[in-house]
Design a protein around this ligand. Structure first.
Ligand code: FAD
Ligand code: FES
Length: 285
């Protein structure tokens, strides 16, 4: 998808738009959900994106970094970013309080090919922070429920205290229009009511027809390997497996070359790639 068909873009692609932190919602240790709203009301209301796209967020005086948009374009107004504190920019971001000014440019990247996905079953497989971009797709599908067939989420975390969006997702378990399968590697709490085991064990709890399903995967590298094995065992077509792959990025707009893998710019051609793309670019995974 071209970057020019979504969102309101500044003339200078490097110029961030002023935005304010509306709310910070702690999730698990060192992970927070930031609700952010553009200063200009017209921008706040008209800003749109596709699930799987990202923005460059700048912390004034520190620097900027890419973050997947975790909210869904079906709920305009604020955007939500789920951030892990890992270094320079994210440390500074975590020190900011509601009402603090930040800069946002984007949306960038291709996002999920929504038009292709419509009319199909959706299988979302996430591990850890991989839920951040997939949450956008999940809510997009649930808010446009009639456009999709079966929607299945498989999400794994290390333990119950490490699960992002835990209460939001636990609330989905009882819904009839989505199969929400949650698992943890280990549970010492004794009160965890969902599954225990690595995310691939959830494949035993869902019926998946590869001929009319698109799978979207995001998570740690090791998870990709095992989830891909499960999908390929079921003869999933390679172009029906979509993966969100993150690479080091600087400009986000195809100028600096930092994100290049082979001949692809992951900031423009990605971060969503099919498995077919990935096997033709071996350094991709
Ligand atoms: C398209 C895209 C989407 C992303 N979406 C999210 C998101 O939704 N939420 C989120 O928290 N992060 C996301 N990231 C990663 C995020 O951009 C980095 O964590 C951020 O740039 C770190 O900036 P920093 O200045 O805080 O850390 P730095 O000071 O730059 O780095 C600190 C240390 O962390 C390492 N590091 C940096 N990035 C990563 C990484 N991705 N994985 C593992 N180690 C890393 C560095 O090598 C360094 O050792 C995304 C990245 C991309 C490219
Ligand atoms: S991040 Fe600069 S070219 Fe992709």
């Amino acid at each position: 998808m071209s970057n020019h068909c979504s969102g309101v873009r500044p003339e200078n692609p490097y110029l961030p738009h002023p935005a304010r932190i509306i709310r910070t919602l702690p999730q698990i240790p060192d992970h927070q959900l930031f609700q952010i709203r553009f200063e200009k009301e017209q921008m706040a209301e008209s800003f749109t994106y596709r699930p799987g796209q990202f923005v460059m967020l700048s912390v004034i005086g520190t620097g900027e970094a890419p973050f997947s948009i975790s909210s869904s374009p079906t709920r305009p107004g604020n955007i939500e970013l789920c951030v892990r504190r890992i270094g320079h920019v994210t440390d500074a971001l975590f020190r900011l309080r509601p009402n603090a000014l930040v800069g946002v440019r984007g949306p960038y990247g291709n996002g999920f090919p929504i038009e292709k996905l419509e009319g199909n079953n959706l299988l979302l497989v996430a591990g850890g922070l991989g839920m951040a971009p997939l949450r956008s797709l999940l809510w997009y599908a649930l808010d446009n429920r009639s456009k999709f067939n079966n929607v299945t989420l498989m999400y794994g975390a290390k333990n119950p205290d490490d699960m992002l969006f835990k209460y939001e997702l636990l609330n989905l378990i009882d819904r009839a229009d989505v199969k929400c399968l949650l698992t943890v590697d280990t549970d010492e709490s004794g009160i965890w009511k969902a599954h225990v085991g690595v995310v691939t064990t959830l494949f035993g709890h869902a019926e998946i027809d590869p001929s009319n399903t698109y799978a979207a995967i995001c998570g740690p590298e090791i998870m990709f390997k095992f989830v891909l094995n499960e999908l390929l065992k079921r003869n999933f077509p390679k172009d029906r497996i979509l993966m969100s792959l993150e690479r080091n990025m600087q400009c986000g707009v195809g100028k600096c070359g930092h994100c290049m893998v082979g001949y692809k710019y992951t900031c423009l051609d990605g971060p969503i790639f099919t498995y077919w793309d990935a096997i033709n670019l071996p350094e991709m995974i």
